[in-house]
Design a protein around this ligand. Structure first.
Ligand code: PEP
Ligand code: MN
Length: 264
């Protein structure tokens, strides 16, 4: 179902407010790594609206490496995200990690994110395949493209055809970036599948100094959108403090993206 063979035209996902993914215009998904408070979330939402962004991210269920690290605000976080986003006319995306949370989350998110660590969680994939809500599927930490495409197939095989793929870097021996951004994944996925393909420049690089050229490279390679993390005060962030842009940095990033001619 995912394969280009079965569906020649690019799939265009239509979100509320006539925001489209995979069509003529590029999508920017931005927001904090984690929803931490109403103030933090509203501050980012206001900045995103001003910058012309339509979709706000914010993690509420955080799959952290250590169980002692901040685990997210859970449903309360989704509520905060929804309220802040709606106040500023934005759509929401947030990661869901447990099939039992899907039903309740439907009221708060416009897109369900499946995180890299759960790309192989087949019961979760089947569960999001049964709802009528767009899904953004992240590539697993060490997933081949074939495994990634099969994970999308799990979702689509249950009836949900609104699936978007996102390359977020893979594990290699290279240590100068957090993960290795596999830019070749973009044209390969675009050739072999008809689904929208995005690139997460935050988790793939982990380096603020190269996010802009990597985002440009992603769009030049055919990506339909970019994901990037923004926080009002990254140094105090409860997750990914080292790699979130502050609002000034994000504004500069957006200005450069708009000036590049690649962000449509
Ligand atoms: C995220 O986007 O919030 C996240 C946890 O990313 P990943 O699943 O790609 O590690
Ligand atoms: Mn993060």
């Amino acid at each position: 179902l995912v394969a280009r063979k079965s569906h020649k035209e690019d799939t265009v996902i239509v979100l509320p407010g006539e925001v489209t993914v995979g069509g003529a215009s590029s999508l920017m998904v931005a927001g904090p790594c984690s929803v931490e408070s109403e103030l933090q979330t509203r501050t980012v939402a206001a900045a995103l609206q001003k910058a012309g962004v339509r979709v706000m991210r914010g993690g509420a269920f955080k799959p952290r490496t250590s169980p002692y690290d901040f685990q997210g605000l859970g449903m309360e976080g989704l509520r905060i995200l929804r309220e802040a986003a709606s106040e500023y006319g934005l759509l929401t995306i947030s990661e869901i990690v447990d099939p039992r949370h899907i039903e309740e989350a439907l009221d708060y998110v416009d897109i369900i994110q499946i995180g890299a660590r759960n790309m192989h969680n087949f019961e979760l994939l089947k569960a999001v395949g049964e709802v009528n809500k767009p899904v953004l599927l992240k590539r697993g930490l060490s997933a081949t493209l074939d495994e990634f495409v099969h994970a999308a197939e799990y979702i689509m095989s249950r009836g949900n055809t609104q699936v978007m793929l996102i390359e977020r870097g893979i594990r290699t021996y290279e240590r100068s970036t957090r993960n290795t951004l596999d830019i070749s994944a973009v044209p390969i996925l675009k050739q072999e599948c008809h689904l929208p393909v995005l690139v997460d420049v935050t988790h793939s690089t982990g380096r603020k100094d190269i996010m802009l050229p990597c985002a440009k490279a992603a769009l030049a390679a055919g990506a339909d959108g970019i994901m990037i993390e923004v926080h009002p005060d990254p140094a105090t962030a409860l997750s990914d403090a080292a790699q979130q842009l502050n609002i000034d940095e994000f504004n500069t990033f957006m200005k450069e993206m708009n000036a590049s001619g690649l962000f449509r």
